[in-house]
Design a protein around this ligand. Structure first.
Ligand code: HAM
Length: 437
C-alpha cells in the first residue's frame, strides 16, 4: 500500500503553499508597522524548556508532546540506559518558549534596552486527537514582545492581530474577542487557594482529570470540557474579583486602550488558556461561524514570569499566536478559492527533437533575464506542448522549428492577442519582454 501523510498532518499542495506564503507575508506587512521583525528558532528544543516554560500540569506538556529522539539515544533507551537531560528533545508544541529561550540565550534585551519585538511563522506539533480544525502538525504565526510590562504593549498587539484578521478577509462581525486577567505572583496564589477550596467542596461532581488538576493546578479546571465540571466552574470564584491593585489597574488600562480604538471585546473571567505561563492579560479570538467546535483562531497574553522560569532574568513579555489552518478553514467555508500557484511568462515549444537543445538554451536565457520560463521535458508533440503552455497559463509561447532556426529565427506568439511574429533568435528575449510589457 502506498505510504500516506501521517494522521493529523496535511500537505500544503502548491496552490495552498502559495497562499500560506502570501498569508505570512501579509502578517509581516501588518506587524512590521508595529516594528515586529522576524526570528527563526529550531523546531526541536530541550524537553525541559517546555516542561518549565509551559508547565508540567498542562495537557500540552503532559499528554501532547512529540519526543524527538536520535537513533543512538533511542538504542540507549531501548536498552534501559538513561540519556542526558540535554539530549531529551521535543518537537515544539508552540513558539513562545523557544523565542523567549533565544532572547535569554543571546541577551537580546540587555538591562535598560527598549523592548524587542519578534514574529515567527511555521509549524507546531501537538499529539492531539485529530478532528476538523485540530491537527497534530499545524501552522502558527506569532509575535512576542519582551522587555515591557506596559499595558500599551498588550493593547497594540491585540489591535494589530484584529487588523490582520480583517486584512485576510475575516470581518470583525464574524469574530469574538474574549479577554481576562490572570493576576500575578502577588494575587494569584490566594485566588488559586480559593479555587482549590471551592473544588474540594465540589469534588464529587468533578471528572477524574479535574480531581488531579485540583491539586496540581486548580485553575486548569476552568478548561475542562466535561459537563459536570463546566457546571461546577460556572459558580467558581472569579479571578477578576481577586486581583491586586496593580493587576486591576493594568487590566482596566488594557480595556480602556482597546475601547479607545473601537475594538469590541467580551470579558470572560473563566478564560485561563491552556498554557501555564500567563500572568495578567489573556485573550482569545473565536470565529463565530463556519469552523465548528475548534473555533479559536488565535490567542495569547502576558507572561511576565516566563523568562525567569526558564533560567533568564526577570523580563516581562506579551505575545500571541494565530492558527493558519483554522483561519483558512473559515475562509474556505466562506467560498475563498486558492489562486493557481503559477503563471508562466513564456513557454518554449520545440517542433521536433532536433531543436530541443536550442529550446534548452533559450529557456535558460529567459530565466537569466528574470522570466518564469518552461519547456517540454517529455518529448511531447507540438499540439500537446501547446496544451501544456495553456495549463501553465503562459502569456507567450516561442516556437522553435528547424527551418526557422536554420535562418536564425524563432516564432513568438502572444497567447492573449494570438499575434505571431518571426524574430531573430538573438532578439527573442527582447521580443518576449516587449509582449509582456
Ligand atoms: P494557543 O492558544 O495554544 O497559544 O495556540 C494559538 C492558536 O494556534 C490557536 O488559537 C489555534 O488557532 C491554533 N492551534 C492550536 N492548536 C492547534 C491544533 N492542534 N490544530 C490547529 N490549530 C491549532 C499558543 O500557542 C501560545 N504560544 C500563544 C502565545 C504567544 N501566547 C503568548 N505568546
Amino acid at each position: 500500500m502506498a505510504i500516506r501523510c501521517p494522521e493529523g498532518c496535511r500537505d500544503l499542495l502548491p496552490d495552498e503553499a502559495a497562499y500560506w506564503e502570501r498569508f505570512a507575508s501579509i502578517a509581516r506587512d501588518v506587524f512590521s508597522k508595529y516594528e515586529y521583525v522576524s526570528i527563526y528558532t529550531p523546531m526541536i528544543e530541550q524537553t525541559e524548556l517546555f516542561v518549565r516554560g509551559i508547565g508540567e500540569a498542562t495537557d500540552v506538556v503532559s499528554k501532547e508532546m512529540f519526543a524527538a529522539i536520535s537513533g543512538k539515544n533511542m538504542e540507549k533507551l531501548l536498552e534501559g540506559e538513561k540519556i542526558r537531560s540535554k539530549s531529551r528533545l521535543s518537537l515544539r508544541p508552540e513558539g513562545t518558549a523557544g523565542v523567549v529561550r533565544a532572547i535569554v540565550q543571546h541577551d537580546l534585551v540587555p538591562d535598560g534596552a527598549p523592548p524587542v519585538k519578534l514574529m515567527y511563522a511555521g509549524p507546531m506539533f501537538r499529539a492531539e486527537r485529530p478532528q476538523h480544525g485540530r491537527q497534530r502538525q499545524f501552522n502558527q504565526i506569532g509575535v512576542e514582545c519582551l522587555g515591557s510590562a506596559d499595558p500599551t504593549v498588550d493593547a497594540e498587539a491585540i489591535i494589530m492581530l484584529m487588523a490582520f484578521y480583517e486584512r485576510i478577509g475575516i470581518e470583525s462581525s464574524m469574530m469574538r474577542l474574549l479577554i481576562n486577567s490572570m493576576g500575578c505572583g502577588k494575587c494569584r496564589p490566594a485566588y488559586r487557594e480559593l479555587v482549590h477550596d471551592y473544588l474540594s467542596q465540589n469534588v464529587d461532581s468533578l471528572c477524574d482529570a479535574c480531581k488531579v488538576r485540583m491539586e496540581a493546578n486548580p485553575l486548569r479546571a476552568f478548561d475542562c470540557k466535561e459537563d459536570g465540571c463546566k457546571q461546577v466552574m460556572s459558580d467558581a470564584p472569579k479571578i477578576t474579583d481577586h486581583l491586586c491593585e496593580e493587576c486591576s489597574q493594568h487590566y482596566a488600562k488594557v480595556k480602556g486602550l482597546l475601547s479607545s480604538q473601537g475594538i469590541e471585546f467580551v470579558e470572560d473571567p473563566a478564560l485561563v488558556r491552556g498554557l501555564d505561563y500567563y500572568t495578567r492579560t489573556v485573550f482569545e479570538v473565536q470565529a463565530t461561524q463556519g469552523i465548528g467546535a475548534q473555533d479559536a483562531i488565535g490567542g495569547g497574553g502576558r507572561y511576565d514570569d516566563l523568562s525567569k522560569e526558564i533560567g533568564g532574568r526577570s523580563m516581562p513579555g506579551f505575545g500571541f499566536a494565530l492558527g493558519y489552518d483554522r483561519c483558512m478553514l473559515y475562509l474556505r467555508e466562506k467560498g475563498m478559492e486558492f489562486e493557481p500557484a503559477k503563471r508562466c511568462d513564456v513557454f518554449v515549444a520545440s517542433v521536433n527533437d532536433e531543436v530541443r537543445d536550442s529550446a534548452f538554451e533559450l529557456v535558460q536565457m529567459c530565466r537569466y533575464s528574470d522570466l518564469r520560463a518552461e519547456m517540454d521535458h517529455q518529448s511531447r508533440s507540438l499540439k500537446s506542448q501547446f496544451k501544456l503552455a495553456d495549463k501553465l497559463d503562459a502569456r507567450v509561447v516561442v516556437i522553435l522549428g528547424p527551418d526557422e532556426l536554420a535562418r536564425g529565427e524563432v516564432k513568438v506568439r502572444d497567447m492573449e492577442s494570438h499575434e505571431e511574429s518571426l524574430v531573430d533568435k538573438n532578439e527573442a528575449v527582447a521580443a518576449i519582454l516587449d509582449v509582456l510589457r
